[in-house]
Design a protein around this ligand. Structure first.
Ligand code: SPD
Length: 287
């Protein structure tokens, strides 16, 4: 039994999962209570900088590429020609940076409710914000649920929901009303992609999300698991939902032909992530 000096570690205790995850820290860099949530920044000994929101681990310098690449590239390549993209949440700007790697994308509008998250990211994760000045990007601070509700019908190709867990400000991003707004705003063939928690720890939530997406009229769903070392269980997922014309798969062939500058994602990863593990298949196939 190691006797840990608690002051040297940040620990996210995940009560709902009966688990905890710790990173060793050098020092606390900053803390701000925004009108929406508490945002804390730490310098860790081995993972670079660390952002915590309301006690939950969000981003580290060392490993955020898994999440940001997997929430962006499979969805953008699953669409034959994504031109207009909306990101709901995503305040650290890591997803925005990945989306802008796609030359065919003409506009990306990011709407995060909390400006403090972006201020902290500009200061402590400048590499994630390096594309914020791209002329195709618009960064807004507003209520993403309202934004989607008011967006013109059939005006976008991909909506990426890069939110927090389904508690606090992120809660309203996981329900029928929100998915209905997304469906309306997407052009035919458009894709909704959302961070969908841990398939190992949060399967009931994942099933509820998928059912809600189908209920409102999305046709094809695909949940992609991927490693996420700093989130509960280390296994995370995104779920893609298509406003369908004819189903033509999620374009794994295209993915293998595109060269993107990335740390994790490539064509083979895209292909592999489309293979649903048995423990997930069994639940998804249950009627
Ligand atoms: N358990 C944490 C889930 C948070 C998902 N969003 C992270 C934001 C990274 N852009």
């Amino acid at each position: 039994m190691v006797n840990l000096d608690q002051s040297k570690w940040f620990t996210e205790i995940s009560e709902r999962d009966g688990s905890a995850f710790s990173l060793r820290i050098n020092k606390k860099l900053e803390e701000k209570q925004s009108p929406f949530q508490k945002v804390e920044m730490f310098e860790t000994t081995d993972f670079g900088n660390l952002m915590i929101i309301d006690g939950c681990t969000m981003v580290t310098s060392r490993e955020n590429f898994f999440y940001h690449e997997m929430i962006s590239h499979p969805a953008l390549l699953a669409h034959p020609a994504p031109k207009n993209v909306v990101i709901i949440g995503g305040g650290d700007c890591g997803t925005l940076r990945e989306v802008l790697k796609h030359d065919g994308v003409e506009t990306v509008t990011q709407i995060d409710i909390d400006e403090v998250v972006t201020q902290m990211s500009l200061k402590y994760f400048p590499e994630l914000c390096e594309s914020n000045d791209d002329p195709r990007a618009t960064v807004m601070f507003d209520d993403g649920i309202k934004y989607m509700r008011e967006l013109a019908g059939e005006s976008i190709d991909v909506v990426i929901v890069d939110g927090t867990d389904p508690v606090g400000p992120g809660e309203g991003l996981f329900n029928h009303a929100f998915y209905t707004s997304c469906l309306k705003a997407l052009r035919p063939g458009g894709i909704l992609v959302q961070q969908s928690e841990s398939p190992l720890m949060h399967m009931p939530l994942l099933v509820e999300m998928r059912n809600a997406m189908l209920d409102v009229g999305f046709n094809d769903l695909q949940t992609l698991p991927f490693p996420q070392p700093i989130y509960p269980s280390g296994l995370w997922s995104v779920t893609l939902a298509r406003k369908s014309q004819a189903f033509d798969g999620f374009r794994e062939d295209t993915a293998s032909k595109i060269a993107l500058q990335s740390e994790y994602y490539n064509g083979a990863i895209h292909h592999g992530a489309l293979s649903t593990p048995n423990f997930m298949q069994r639940v998804f196939n249950k009627k």
